[in-house]
Design a binder for this molecule. Structure first.
Ligand SMILES: [Fe+2]
Length: 590
């Protein structure tokens, strides 16, 4: 008798590791980053099969009679490559050593080597080298149900492409994956049709290639004084809006990254080192206010976007589709995403909620499923982002019983009550259902606020998020009203693109408008999230504004809240006025 199989996808990069589960029918029944249960942002150096947690998930979501397949987001060969890379960094034939020998100076080579070295070391730890062995937890589970767990390994960019395409609802399209690095360079292109992915173009045989738009942005993040290891590329993107293009910096950056066909290019190591040394004169000094390097951030963002658009336009020239499916870590750059349809010939764009390496857990599991089910066709609708954990009803009940919280009450009309509180200026925590997969809160682990108040940004930054004043807050908008509020409105279901507000509405929703007149919007449709839609509709009925501020339920440096304890910890140590956990409401005196 043939056993059913369930598929455990493992995103096993050294950062943003994640686990996904696909059932015997090909449905994604669970997906979540390891950072959430650990409350450790980006889960650096952590393998995706977190001890104890993994077996709990398998017991909850897998068919006990099914065999298990573990699907990895990197090939085995890549692990040994990374090990060689670490050893090679100290040898004289590395890029940095060559650059120094050719008089390129130390500044860049040190910076580049430190980034590569960090990644390589981390990757090896995450993969438990040598031999790509499974983590402790999977070794323990090998005897699960008396059957071994089959292991399958997939090309990194192919797993990105599978996540991107299978979540799109598109029948066909061109797929671009752009990130830091893969087994064959830092970008890849595919044609997608009828559930099948076909690689386009020749693959980069040089695994150590630094022709990478992802590295480019990470390096500029460091030049601006932010830490890419902590995922602070967000700060660079937010800061960019405060600056303007600097011709000298622009000239330097344009020499550092380019496009040839559908390949990314960088200069030879010695030249790169010289360019970096010149760029160093514009870098942020220790203790220097971030706003003083806003021009550097702005110019970096501009060059990033121009390079991306050139790359995508060249892909479109293949002439096979007007629909673009885009993934990889670079697809987290919502500012650039918002300009794709305006700056390339593509007519439609899809970017999933988890385009970076965490999302690959879903892609790997679905690729393994497809191997066993060659007729697999993904659903012709957007994949839900709400694939993660739920709040523990048991813990919530204990809070109710023993918390002695006088303001705790059942609230059957939670969306309407929350909307009313928001309209009176309250900052509201909104926790419901399953957590979002990917980095953004999309109405299930969110902090909400009234966008009409111009001081709301300062209040949120100072009393709730405890973060820099230049970080913007994103608007969630009822889909029906999108064109009234945004130029060239596009649906943005996962808060994946930034668009420009219409001038006539800026004064009405000042709290949600970034300094350059843009907003990273989330489109809300009833069928995607009915309860959240109801909240926005109630707010619209009360105020005439179909838009609220939506930011993630966390404090700076932490991931989205995972447990009831996390939710209450943030609530009682910040300026949030009321929090809803499902139908339970807790309120502070206003
Ligand atoms: Fe990646």
């Amino acid at each position: 008798m043939t056993l059913n199989k369930n598929y455990i996808g493992l995103a096993c990069t050294c950062h943003d590791s994640a686990i996904a589960i696909v059932n015997a029918e090909g449905q994604v029944v669970f997906a979540e980053g390891a950072e959430r249960s650990l409350q450790y942002k980006r889960a650096l150096f952590v393998s995706p099969d977190v001890p104890l947690r993994t077996s709990q998930l398998i017991e909850k979501y897998c068919d006990p009679k099914a065999a298990l397949v573990a699907a990895f987001s990197w090939t085995r060969q890549h692990a040994s490559y990374m090990e060689r890379l670490i050893r090679g960094l100290s040898r004289p034939d590395t890029a940095g050593a060559k650059a120094r020998a050719q008089g390129g100076g130390d500044v860049v080579s040190r910076r580049t080597e430190s980034i590569v070295s960090y990644m390589a070391n981390a990757q090896c730890k995450a993969l438990a080298l040598p031999g790509y062995s499974l983590n402790y937890e999977f070794q323990r589970l090998r005897g699960w149900q008396g059957a071994p767990i089959e292991q399958r390994f997939f090309d990194h960019h192919l797993t990105h492409a599978a996540t991107a395409c299978y979540s799109s609802g598109f029948d066909e399209g061109l797929c671009a994956i752009v990130d830091g690095y893969g087994e064959h360079g830092a970008a890849a292109t595919y044609h997608y049709e009828q559930g099948k992915l076909t690689q386009l173009g020749a693959r980069d045989s040089d695994q150590s290639s630094l022709s990478s738009l992802g590295w480019f942005y990470s390096e500029l993040c460091e030049f601006c004084g932010f830490d890419f290891r902590a995922g602070e590329e967000w700060k660079l993107m937010g800061l960019a809006a405060y600056g303007e293009s600097d011709p000298q910096i622009y000239e330097l950056l344009k020499c550092m990254i380019g496009v040839s066909g559908t390949a990314l290019t960088t200069p030879a190591p010695a030249e790169m080192a010289l360019l970096n040394a010149r760029l160093q004169t514009f870098a942020r000094s220790p203790g220097q206010p971030a706003l003083e390097v806003a021009n550097l951030a702005h110019t970096a963002q501009k060059v990033f976007a121009e390079t991306l658009y050139a790359y995508l336009s060249n892909l479109h020239a293949a002439g096979r589709s007007d629909q673009l499916i885009y993934g990889g870590g670079c697809a987290l750059n919502s500012s650039a995403n918002g300009g794709v349809l305006r700056n390339t010939p593509f007519k439609r764009l899809h970017v999933y909620a988890a385009p970076a390496d965490d999302g690959n857990a879903v892609g790997a599991a679905l690729l393994a499923y497809q191997q066993d089910n060659p007729g697999y066709r993904p659903e012709r609708q957007l994949m839900s982002p709400y694939l993660g954990s739920e709040m523990s009803a048991e813990t919530l009940e204990k809070v109710r019983q023993y918390g002695q919280l006088a303001s705790l009450r059942e609230c059957r009309e939670a969306p309407a009550v929350a909307a009313e509180l928001l309209s009176r200026g309250a900052i509201v925590g909104w926790i419901q259902g399953r957590a979002e997969f990917g980095p953004r809160a999309l109405g299930n682990r969110s902090i909400l606020a009234d966008p009409r108040r111009s001081d709301v940004k300062d209040r949120l930054n100072a009393c709730v998020k405890f973060r820099e004043e230049f970080r913007p807050f994103a608007p969630a908008i009822l889909h029906e009203h999108g064109p009234e509020y945004f130029h060239d409105y596009q649906e943005s279901p996962y808060m994946e693109r930034t668009l420009r507000f219409r001038n006539e509405v800026v004064g009405k929703v000042a709290g949600a408008v970034h300094v350059d007149g843009t907003g990273r919007l989330q489109t809300v449709r009833k069928e995607w999230n009915p309860r959240y839609y109801s909240l926005l509709s109630s707010f619209y009925d009360l105020t005439g504004i179909p838009l609220i501020i939506n930011t993630s339920y966390n404090v700076m440096g932490k991931p989205l809240a995972h447990s009831v304890e996390d939710v209450l910890s943030v609530f009682f140590t910040s300026g949030i006025d009321a929090v809803f956990i499902g139908d339970v409401m807790i309120q502070k005196p206003m």
